[in-house]
Design a protein around this ligand. Structure first.
Ligand code: UDP
Length: 321
């Protein structure tokens, strides 16, 4: 008899987590979606509740959990600077205690485990574009440290569990990802600009807008994660996942204004502390080892995301009437 693979997704009701749960279910897996709803919502997985291989569990990864699973995707952690700086101590605990608890579970049940790390481990990078071999330039006591250092510590724990206990680990370093199911109040640049453009409000450019980011559409990342999980055992170190097409924040604002036919003005706001000046992934490793490259150009992904937020805003205004 066919026994489906049992997969645990922590942070499964979040932006990325909900897309991943959906994808894994479509591939035939049994999915345990675990979330404490700190900055996610059950609405993201509401459409999955009727599927018989899907199970939703309210749980905080800062506490141990006992489950029988074959694979673990550890996504649980707020990722927007606004959210992760709201309770920085909890952010660090989520990354560090969460990693220890999930690695402990992986060790007990001999599961493969994948950590979603971040391009933030490179800090304000001194090397451009960033290869996995670059150790980064992170302020260890600044406002972003709770996230950056938390994720760096989690990477260290993953590698030590692998070396010390033989756990099969995977580390994905995700670069700025965007798409449907981001929260309208997420606080990150793509969702902020789209909501502002659709509401005709000023577009908030932090600093002079010359800082760069490389934006990857969610479906490309969701395609890559199971490929990384299934990759050969020798691929244990970090792997960059992102779209190497690099844009200034001003270029992003102009593109969103054009695609949404908005007349919102641009306004300047102070640049947040330690805001990286530029960021672009070197994805040679992912291309060579996973056969993966992102496929969605920025404009196409933005159009889908604009349509999503437009529908969210329309639903909201209908609900208020
Ligand atoms: N940013 C901006 N306006 C906003 C939100 C963000 O200009 O309303 C800038 C921010 O200063 C940073 C970039 O956009 O340079 C990306 O910010 P985000 O919070 O999306 O993610 P980060 O890559 O900094 O973690």
């Amino acid at each position: 008899m066919f026994t489906p693979k049992r997969v645990l997704v922590t942070g499964g009701a979040g932006f990325l987590g909900s897309h991943l749960c959906e994808r894994l279910l479509d591939e035939g897996a049994e999915v345990l979606c675990l979330d404490n709803y700190y900055c996610s919502t059950r609405d993201n997985v509401h459409h999955l509740l009727g599927r018989n291989r899907f199970e939703l569990i309210r749980h905080d990864v800062c506490f141990p959990v006992y489950l029988e699973v074959d694979e673990i995707y550890n996504l649980a952690c707020p990722a927007s600077p606004v959210h992760y700086q709201r309770d920085p101590v909890q952010t660090m605990k989520t990354s560090v205690s969460g990693a220890i608890n999930m690695l402990g579970l992986a060790k007990r049940v001999r599961a493969r485990i994948l950590q979603t790390s971040t391009s933030e481990v490179y800090g304000d990078p001194g090397i451009h574009p960033q290869p996995e071999t670059y150790w980064g330039n992170v302020n260890p006591h600044g406002l972003r440290a709770c996230y950056d250092e938390g994720k760096r510590a989690a990477e260290s724990l993953f590698m030590d569990y692998h070396r010390q206990h033989g756990i099969k680990v995977k580390i994905a370093r995700l670069f700025n990802t965007y798409g449907p199911r981001m929260r309208p109040d997420d606080g990150r640049v793509v969702s902020n600009f789209i909501i502002q453009a659709l509401l005709g409000k000023p577009i908030t450019i932090y600093g002079d807008g010359s800082q760069t980011r490389s934006f990857c559409f969610v479906s490309d990342i969701i395609q890559a994660l199971p490929l990384l999980m299934a990759s050969p055992d020798d691929l244990t170190g970090p792997v960059n996942l992102g779209n190497p097409a690099e844009f200034t924040i001003l270029e992003l604002a102009e593109t969103i204004l054009r695609l949404s036919a908005s007349k919102s003005p641009l306004i300047r706001m102070p640049l947040p502390q330690d805001d990286p000046a530029r960021r672009r992934p070197d994805i040679t490793l992912a291309q060579n080892r996973l056969g993966w490259s992102p496929r969605t150009p920025l404009e196409q992904g933005l159009k889908e995301t604009i349509a999503y937020f437009d529908a969210v805003l329309r639903r909201g205004s209908t609900a208020e009437e």
